[in-house]
Design a protein around this ligand. Structure first.
Ligand code: SF4
Ligand code: MG
Length: 322
């Protein structure tokens, strides 16, 4: 089946001030990815790797500097504002369930908002709000409540309901369960999985937490300093990580077996203090300052993603040089 979403060579920079001078931050650098309909693409990486920027480019909240985006067989301009019809097909759920909701709007008003923007009639809005509230497991009585009267998990259900109100094809979830307690996380992940089946949804699921990404993802892309360094099926990637950065990330994931680990917090990074700045990334391979296998070549030549198996790419000289 044809891909639902195809990103081709997407780049996004920001003008920033650094040490009193103007500088360019390379947030997303030549990223190409595909997402098959009805599946989940997990995007994983440490904070600052560009995954949230990429999410915003996908749904049209950021304009890209460069690159193409093909959605449902249709080319969308990444450098121009989306039309309402285009916006409606892709929705986003953010990390913080509280700040994403207007504290002065009731739950039903919040969920109704995107429908109003699209000009839906009162009766359509009432029916849709009731349907999505039921589908995300929120009691009908909550319709007239305010966000502060709900728990964090319930508020994230409201955000999910709001994202589903317009019946999108694609939902981009950016750290959507990261602010929740472990037990609530599991409930919301199960809900997302059920909704994917019921609605035939396609997800882009973004997280720094490899355990969470693994639970929901069919395919996974690993990002480091704005670039995709490895991608493949979740099974391939977790069973046999090829890129040294993926190997490092997986080696620092706390095990789910409590007997083997006393940690219960997800590890954001192996050694986050050493992540170079995206304002002045290392030459050649951006990972070379942390890579145990780095050679002179790695400092001079940017490794391009090469195919290393069915649907699997890795950008590392270990796989290009004989
Ligand atoms: Fe390490 Fe070189 Fe591969 Fe980069 S290209 S990950 S520095 S071996
Ligand atoms: Mg982020």
């Amino acid at each position: 089946m044809a891909d639902l979403l195809e990103l081709i060579d997407i780049s996004k920079t920001f003008d920033v001030r650094s040490g009193g001078r103007r500088a360019t931050l390379s947030a997303v650098d030549h990223v190409s990815l595909t997402v098959r309909p009805g599946t989940t693409l997990g995007i994983v990486g440490e904070s600052g790797c560009g995954k949230s920027t990429l999410a915003r480019v996908i749904v049209g909240l950021h304009l890209a500097d460069d690159g193409e985006l093909v959605f449902d067989g249709k080319q969308m301009l990444t450098g121009k504002r989306r039309t309402p019809g285009e916006l409606k097909q892709m929705q986003m759920v953010f990390q913080d369930p509280s700040s994403a909701l207007n504290p002065r709007a009731t739950i039903s008003e919040s969920i109704a908002f995107p429908l109003q923007v699209q000009g839906a009639s009162k009766s359509v809005i009432a029916e849709r709000v009731a349907t999505v509230m039921r589908d995300v497991g929120l009691p009908a009585a909550y319709a007239s409540r305010y966000p502060h009267q709900l728990s964090g998990g319930q508020r994230q259900r409201v955000n999910i309901a709001r994202a589903l109100a317009l019946q999108p094809k694609l939902v981009v979830l950016d750290e959507a369960v990261s602010a929740l307690d472990k037990s609530i996380q599991a409930q919301v992940l199960n809900l997302l999985s059920d909704l994917q089946d019921e609605y035939g949804l396609t997800y882009v699921f973004i997280s720094h937490d490899l355990n969470v990404v693994r639970y929901l993802s069919d395919d996974v892309a690993v990002m480091y300093l704005g670039q995709v360094v490895e991608q493949g099926s979740a099974q391939q990637l977790y069973d046999e990580p090829k890129h040294p950065y993926t190997q490092l990330l997986l080696s620092s994931v706390p095990t789910l077996d409590p007997a083997e680990s006393t940690r219960d917090e997800p590890v954001d990074t192996a050694d986050s203090t050493e992540i170079p700045s995206p304002i002045d990334p290392p030459s050649g391979c951006r990972f070379r300052t942390r890579c145990p296998f780095a050679t002179d070549l790695c400092a001079q030549v940017v490794p391009v993603p090469i195919q290393v198996g069915e649907g699997r790419t890795v950008a590392c000289h270990l796989y290009t040089t004989p």
